[in-house]
Design a protein around this ligand. Structure first.
Ligand SMILES: *Cc1c(COP(=O)(O)O)cnc(C)c1O
Length: 440
C-alpha cells in the first residue's frame, strides 16, 4: 500500500515511512492510496466473530499488503486485551464503552498498536535501540492522548516518548497517568494551551537541524498507525448490534476533537461497513459543526471546556476527511451531521441521563448521547461512543451528579506514583534546545 500526502506535494511513502515519519514533508497527513473492501462473507457472519477476529481482518485490509498476516495477528493480539461492549442505555440508544483498556480511554488501542508496529519496523530495519539511535516520539496532548501513548509505549526498546501537555489544563488523574511512569517516558509541561503544544510538535518535525540530530516521529492521531486501528471499534459495534437484531439504520455518534476517531470510522464505511450515517458531536469547540453548516472551514484558538479531550480549535484530521470525500462539502454532509454543546448543556445531559436511565456518562460521552437524543430519526438505532471512563473526570462528574463515583483499581495505581515533569515555556527555541541537550 502506498501513502500520499493530503497536501499533494510530498513524495509517495511506504507504510514504514508513513509510520516512522508520522507527517509528510509538505506538512500534509498521509492517506492510503486505496482501500480494500472486506468481502461480503465477512459481513454476513460478522455477528459471530470476536473483537479479536474482526480486528485481525480489518487490520489485514489496511496493512496486509505490507506485513505478513501472522505478524499483524500478533500485534492485534497484544493490543486488544480487553472488550468494548455495546451497553443498552435506553430504547434504541446504546453506549459503546471504549474505556476498558489500561488507561480507561479509547486511545489505548491506537497507541498500543502504533507502539508495536513501530517496534516491528525498527526490528526489521535492524535498529539496535542503542542510545543516540533511538526513535523519539513527540506527542501533544490535551489529556487522554498522553496517557494512552505513554502507557502504550512504556518499556518499548529503542523508543523514547516526550509528552507535551498544557500546564494546569489536564485533570490530576490524567496528569498522573503520564507523569509518573519514568523509564522511556518524559512529560513536558508547557506554559500554554493544547494548540501551543501541537504547534511545538509540528515545528519540531519541520526543523532541519533537529531532524538531522535525532529521529523524530509523532504519535498524535496524524500517524496512520494510531488512527486507522480505531476503525476496529466500529466494525465490532456493528457486529454487536447485528447480533442484537438492531443493525439496520444504524447511526453512530462520535464525540470528536481532532477527528481521528470518526475519520477511522469513515474509512470503515468506505470498506463496506454498513453504518447508515454518522454524527460528530462537538463541545463548544464547534469548528467542524460550523463547517457542516456553512461549507467554510475556519480553525481558531481552542476554548477550555469540561470535555477537555475535545478542546481542539484546528482539528488535524479534517484534512483527511476532506480528502476522503473528494473535497466535497455535499458528500461529507451526506454521511455526517454535526452537533455542539456548551458546558451547561453537557452538565444537563449528564444529570438527565443519570436520572432517567441510571447510566453515568463522562462529559465527552454525554455530547454523543445528547446528539443522538436530538438527532435520531424514527426507525433508527443509535450507538454513541463512550470515549472515557467517568472516573477519569471524577471531580467534574461528581460535582455535576452530586455523586462519589468509584475509581477503578487501574486508575488508583497511577495516583500512587510521584509526578515528574519538565517545565517548558511556550517557545520553540527553548523546546528545540531542550531536545538537543538530551543528546549530550
Ligand atoms: C481524544 C478524545 C476524544 C476525541 O477524539 P478525536 O479522535 O480526537 O476526535 C473524545 N473523548 C475522549 C475521552 C478523548 O480522549
Amino acid at each position: 500500500m502506498q501513502y500520499y500526502s493530503t497536501n499533494g506535494e510530498a513524495p509517495i511513502a511506504s507504510l514504514e515511512k508513513a509510520v516512522v515519519k508520522g507527517l509528510a514533508e509538505d506538512k500534509g497527513l498521509y492517506m492510503p492510496d486505496h482501500l480494500n473492501p472486506l468481502p461480503k462473507e465477512f459481513y454476513d457472519t460478522i455477528e459471530n466473530k470476536s473483537f479479536h477476529e474482526i480486528a485481525c481482518a480489518v487490520a489485514g485490509g489496511f496493512f496486509g499488503e505490507d506485513i505478513p498476516q501472522e505478524d499483524i495477528d500478533r500485534i492485534v493480539c497484544d493490543t486488544l486485551a480487553f472488550d468494548v461492549p455495546a451497553v443498552k442505555v435506553e430504547e434504541n440508544i446504546y453506549s459503546l464503552e471504549l474505556f476498558h483498556g489500561p488507561t480507561l480511554a479509547f486511545k489505548d488501542v491506537g497507541a498500543r498498536f502504533m507502539a508495536r508496529l513501530l517496534q516491528y519496523f525498527l526490528k526489521k530495519s535492524g535498529n539496535p535501540g542503542l542510545s543516540g539511535n533511538e526513535v523519539n516520539v513527540l506527542v501533544a496532548t490535551s489529556g487522554d492522548t498522553g496517557s494512552a501513548v505513554a502507557n502504550g509505549f512504556l518499556g518499548v526498546d529503542g523508543i523514547h516518548v516526550y509528552v507535551l501537555y498544557p500546564k494546569g489544563k489536564v485533570s490530576p488523574i490524567q496528569e498522573c497517568q503520564f507523569t509518573t511512569l519514568g523509564q522511556n517516558i518524559t512529560a513536558i509541561e508547557v506554559d500554554g494551551v493544547f494548540d501551543d503544544c501541537q504547534a511545538l510538535v509540528k515545528n519540531a518535525f519541520m526543523d532541519e537541524e533537529l531532524n538531522a540530530a535525532m529521529k523524530l516521529t509523532s504519535a498524535n492521531s496524524i500517524n496512520v498507525a494510531r488512527f486507522l486501528p480505531q476503525s476496529f471499534y466500529y466494525f465490532y459495534a456493528y457486529a454487536q448490534m447485528k447480533k442484537a437484531g438492531k443493525a439496520d439504520d444504524l447511526v453512530v455518534c462520535v464525540p470528536s476533537g481532532n477527528f481521528g476517531n470518526i475519520c477511522s470510522a469513515l474509512f470503515g464505511k468506505k470498506m463496506g461497513l454498513p453504518i447508515k450515517r454518522f454524527i460528530a458531536a462537538n463541545n463548544a469547540n464547534d469548528i467542524f459543526y460550523k463547517y457542516l453548516q456553512t461549507g467554510q472551514y475556519e480553525p481558531k484558538a481552542s476554548v477550555q471546556t469540561i470535555a477537555n479531550a475535545m478542546d481542539v480549535g484546528a482539528p488535524s484530521n479534517f484534512a483527511r476527511i476532506y480528502d476522503l470525500y473528494g473535497k466535497s462539502h455535499e458528500a461529507i454532509c451526506k454521511d455526517i451531521s454535526g452537533a455542539t454543546y456548551n458546558n451547561e448543556q453537557i452538565a444537563d445531559t449528564m444529570r438527565a441521563c443519570y436520572k432517567n436511565t441510571g447510566y453515568v456518562c463522562d462529559p465527552h460521552g454525554a455530547c454523543g448521547y445528547q446528539a443522538l437524543k436530538d438527532g435520531l430519526k424514527d426507525g433508527e438505532t443509535g450507538v454513541f461512543l463512550e470515549t472515557a471512563h467517568p472516573a477519569k473526570f471524577k471531580s467534574v462528574v461528581d460535582e455535576i451528579l452530586s455523586s462519589d463515583i468509584d475509581i477503578p483499581a487501574k486508575l488508583q495505581a497511577f495516583m500512587k506514583g510521584t509526578k515528574q515533569s519538565v517545565e517548558m515555556p511556550n517557545d520553540f527555541v527553548a523546546f528545540k534546545n531542550y531536545l538537543l541537550n538530551t543528546l549530550k
